[in-house]
Design a protein. Structure first.
Length: 76
């Protein structure tokens, strides 16, 4: 079950509060303690291609867009 499917069932179970509570208890996404999905981009939420050097926490695509505003220069 993917993260996007977790919220779709809420509308179906809205009339059955006990079943909705049980569904939330057993099917909610678990908090990550390790792995690639633990650290996400603070701008767009992407999990891969993460740049955490200097405490940036951007994916490479977002870093290219904001690099000049932050103060990085392109040398080549």
């Amino acid at each position: 079950m993917t993260y996007s499917n977790y919220d779709k069932v809420f509308k179906q179970l809205s009339m059955k509060p006990l079943k909705l509570a049980k569904y939330k208890k057993h099917n909610s996404p678990k908090p990550r303690t390790c792995g690639i999905n633990r650290i996400r981009c603070r701008r767009c939420g992407r999990a891969r291609a993460h740049i955490s050097k200097y405490g940036l926490h951007f994916c490479r695509q977002c870093f290219r867009e904001v690099a000049t505003h932050i103060g990085f220069k392109k040398y080549s």
